[in-house]
Design a protein around this ligand. Structure first.
Ligand code: CA
Length: 615
């Protein structure tokens, strides 16, 4: 009897061990006509590796079945020949000749519409927002059952506030009216984390929109609605890390899926060891392989399965939704060789897609180190088109707040721009005054309204792709300590809000002045070839006045920008700007629409940047 019981237990246990499930296949679909004929499918499910995958579809070959440390995974290498037709075919998982499981895999036709995958260029103005904090268009998704963080509390900067993609769609007309031409929201994919999940940089599912923001269909609708209005879309993506409750971190394919350390090791956040010729390997490893924070495991970019997974995921999103630009989070923390390979593969599929990396570094040389062209003797071409240009930001602040001296005040901005020889394409750098990780512009200039206008005038006329952070146009303020303070809700984005600053009636007189100032400049910019694609010529500042020109190749169109950061009004003698002024004899102030009937001398009020179109 005892023997029989043991035998039964053994049989049950064996069958339990051998139970197989299919949880998911990623990417969940693909396309025919891609540049790269190779596709690697990640298959996840309990003991899936015990089964033999099979498929039969004209043009598609299963070239290799990769088994890894964890039997809950298979990685299938597929080759899709050029003439393969779109369609759906079963992938069968077989044991001893018997079909156990099946997944119907779809290969779609690529969408070739012209409005898709436009470039984001210096002709654009990007508006950066956080979807949780901008507008709530759907109260029903504020709290989603089954998510790890279910608390909604608008009074706490750490909890979810309820903003979503439907809310953003409802404000696209507002953005278009403001003169914005491209929208960048912080990551909208699922962040099913226990705490502070709203910021989006801790992904828990790479193929899912966070249900509190919406659905895949809604995301695609958002992109289409933006495109209908002439607005481009930038997607914020993260190569470096994921959230610690990501499904594939909870059940890792293999130990080196992430960078492992004997004890928890945080990145040093210092970019220098990546470029320093005298660095130690230990410092470099800590920077690149250390974790961003304990709740964000660091991907191992040297693992080829990780590489393919991430690259294909980004290709999937661009092809699925037709987005126009990618912003790469924490660029210097990523493995350089992998990032180059990633760019080449992305660029081959989408030649018109724009890409810029987040590099919050402190010198033009350090910044140029990460940009494409091997311009700083790196011995390696990253091929990265552009970066978030924090060096110009610091220089504009110095020009606004600093006291003029040999290397200070406006001279800092002048000499920073002079260092553009470091870049292959300085005009592809994204320039900005603030973002979700730093103190707001209006606070950083001590809420000085003149300097606000002066700074906005520089930002929207300087070389590069200008980006403004949500709420700047209504003078939202605060210091980033902690960062939640600069991520407050846009007043009026929630149905229950008492004031609505999305409308002129809801804004104060000063807020309307700020809004209209940005709107005037932004809309002027939309139609100004000189500002969109023109060249830049700058002159050595004299008497505390910094002057630069944006102009078309034949000098048909010229915009003159004059920066006076001092507390007294000045008169500028223009005689030394002959090379730029040419035959122009008058100008129009594009903010006030005032005519200047002579250019010989120009009156520049205190703390003012004049933007003049020469006639
Ligand atoms: Ca909502």
């Amino acid at each position: 009897m005892r023997k029989l019981l043991l035998a039964i237990c053994f049989i049950i246990a064996a069958s339990c061990v051998q139970a197989q499930k299919l949880e998911r296949i990623e990417p969940m679909n693909w396309w025919v006509g891609m540049h790269n004929p190779k596709l690697q499918l990640l298959v996840h499910g309990e003991n899936i590796a015990l089964l033999q995958p099979q498929l039969n579809y004209p043009g598609v070959t299963l070239t290799k079945v990769n088994k890894v440390e964890n039997p809950n995974y298979l990685f299938l290498d597929l080759e899709i020949s050029k003439d393969t037709k779109a369609g759906t075919f079963p992938i069968q998982f077989v044991l001893n000749g018997k079909k156990k499981l099946q997944y119907d895999y779809e290969l779609k036709n690529r969408d070739q519409s012209a409005s898709r995958i436009q470039s984001v260029t210096s002709a654009d103005l990007i508006y950066l927002l956080m979807p949780d904090r901008f507008a709530n268009g759907d109260k029903k998704n504020d709290i989603v059952k089954g998510m790890r963080e279910i608390k909604l509390n608008r009074d706490s900067m750490y909890y979810r506030h309820g903003g979503d993609i439907q809310g953003l769609i409802g404000k696209l007309d507002y953005l278009k009216d403001l003169g914005v031409t491209a929208v960048w929201m912080t990551p909208e994919i699922e962040n099913d984390m226990v705490h502070a999940s709203y910021h989006g940089y801790a992904a828990t599912d790479h193929y899912k929109i966070d249900p509190r923001y919406g659905t895949l269909d809604l995301y695609k609708k958002y992109v289409d609605e933006a495109h209908k209005r002439g607005l481009k879309v930038v997607k914020d993506i993260v190569h470096n890390h994921m959230g610690s409750t990501h499904w594939f971190f909870l059940d890792m394919p293999m130990k080196d899926w992430v960078n492992q350390w004997p004890v928890y090791t945080q990145t040093s956040y210092r970019d220098e060891p990546v470029m320093d010729p005298y660095t130690s390997e230990a410092d470099k490893k800590k920077m690149l392989d250390g974790w961003f924070v304990p709740t964000m495991p660091d991907f191992n970019h040297r693992n080829p399965f990780v590489q393919t997974y991430i690259t294909q995921n980004h290709i999937w999103w661009v092809e699925y939704a037709g987005i126009d630009g990618l912003r790469l989070d924490t660029y210097p923390y990523n493995d350089p060789e992998y990032m180059k390979d990633w760019y080449q593969k992305i660029h081959a599929e989408f030649p018109t897609l724009s890409v810029f990396g987040e590099t919050l570094v402190h010198s033009a040389a350090a910044q140029a180190y990460f940009t494409g062209g091997n311009t700083v003797n790196r011995g390696f071409d990253t091929e990265l088109p552009g970066v978030t240009d924090a060096v110009i930001k610091d220089a504009i602040y110095e020009a606004l707040n600093g006291k003029n001296g040999w290397a200070d005040g406006v001279f800092r901005l002048y000499s920073t721009v002079a260092q553009d020889f470091l870049y292959k394409h300085a005009d592809q750098n994204v320039i900005f005054m603030d973002n979700h990780d730093m103190s707001r512009f209006y606070s950083m200039i001590n809420e000085d309204f003149d300097r606000f206008k002066s700074g906005m005038s520089i930002l929207l006329t300087m070389r590069g792709i200008p980006q403004i952070y949500y709420g700047t146009e209504i003078l939202m303020k605060n210091y980033s300590n902690p960062d939640g303070l600069v991520r407050s809700d846009f007043p009026g984005g929630w149905p229950e809000d008492k004031v609505n600053k999305f409308t002129a009636a809801g804004r104060t007189e000063k807020e309307n002045e700020a809004f209209n100032f940005v709107k005037t400049l932004a809309n002027y910019r939309k139609n100004s070839t000189a500002l969109k694609t023109g060249k830049l010529m700058q002159y050595v500042p004299e008497h505390g006045i910094y002057t630069y020109f944006r102009y078309t190749a034949n000098h048909n169109k010229t915009v003159m920008v004059i920066v006076n950061n001092e507390d007294q009004a000045k008169t500028l003698d223009s005689s030394r700007f002959e090379e730029s002024i040419k035959n122009a004899t008058s100008a129009t102030n594009i903010i006030t629409n005032q005519k200047l009937n002579t250019l010989k001398t120009i009156a520049v009020p205190a703390k003012t940047t004049l933007v003049l179109e020469l006639n």
